[in-house]
Design a protein around this ligand. Structure first.
Ligand SMILES: C[S@@+](CC[C@H](N)C(=O)[O-])C[C@H]1O[C@@H](n2cnc3c(N)ncnc32)[C@H](O)[C@@H]1O
Length: 204
């Protein structure tokens, strides 16, 4: 695979949208996937944070709205944790599979929405992550609901990264009023100069 179409970052190979294999999937899926056909940049802030504050070994992690699964793949590759990625959109799976295989990872992927995860399933995870998943006003309430259920069932920590869109701040406000949460800002210089935010919630 040509290196000009790959970003090497934190031990991960990340495919650019220009990569021939990515273009091939896009051609096959014309008209599909409004949000899942590229890597979104907030995941780089999440990776940066997770590199500084690793998860406890042997933990189970759920990545919601994982898209190409970059943050989960970073964890799978660099930390002793087990990650499951879920996404509502089946058309992201070929991209995810490609990212998974070029990184020699075996992260699990399921096509499903986060709203469908019940309390028993939530109780099996210690951590939940997500990046760029609060992009519409309609996402705020279901996400708050989900976060509240997850904290209630004992999920230790939840990290949601975002570029700072209004629905994200709305979610951050509701979480701050009702749960133990904080906002972490992360300034990045590589692979791009940018500043992103992480809503961090904990049960302890
Ligand atoms: C903006 S993309 C971000 C993808 C990935 N997290 C990233 O940072 O590259 C948002 C993703 O959330 C997924 N999504 C939207 N609503 C969802 C839901 N209710 N449950 C699970 N995934 C959802 C979309 O299909 C899409 O892949």
């Amino acid at each position: 695979m040509s290196e000009q179409h790959i970003i090497n970052h934190c031990g991960l190979k990340i495919l650019r949208s220009t990569h021939p294999e990515v273009r091939k999937i896009k051609r096959l899926q014309q008209g599909h996937s409004a949000h899942g056909n590229k890597v979104w940049r907030s995941s780089f802030a999440l990776i940066d944070y997770l590199e500084t504050y690793p998860f406890k070994a042997k933990s189970k992690v759920l990545e919601i709205g994982c898209g190409w699964g970059l943050s989960g793949l970073f964890l799978t590759k660099n930390q002793d944790v087990n990650v499951t990625g879920i996404d509502i959109d089946s058309s992201v799976q070929p991209y995810f599979d490609l990212q998974n295989s070029i990184n020699n990872c075996t992260m699990e992927f399921q096509v499903r929405n986060f709203e469908s995860i019940n309390e028993d399933e939530l109780a099996s995870y210690q951590y939940i992550i997500g990046s760029d998943i609060c992009f519409w006003d309609e996402m705020t309430d279901p996400l708050f609901n989900f976060i509240q259920r997850a904290i209630k069932t004992g999920v230790k920590r939840i990290l949601i990264a975002d570029p700072g869109r209004p629905p994200f701040w709305q979610l951050a406000d509701i979480c701050t009023e009702n749960l133990k949460s904080e906002i972490i800002s992360r300034r990045l210089y590589k692979p791009w100069k940018s500043e992103k935010y992480i809503l961090a919630l904990s049960s302890e």
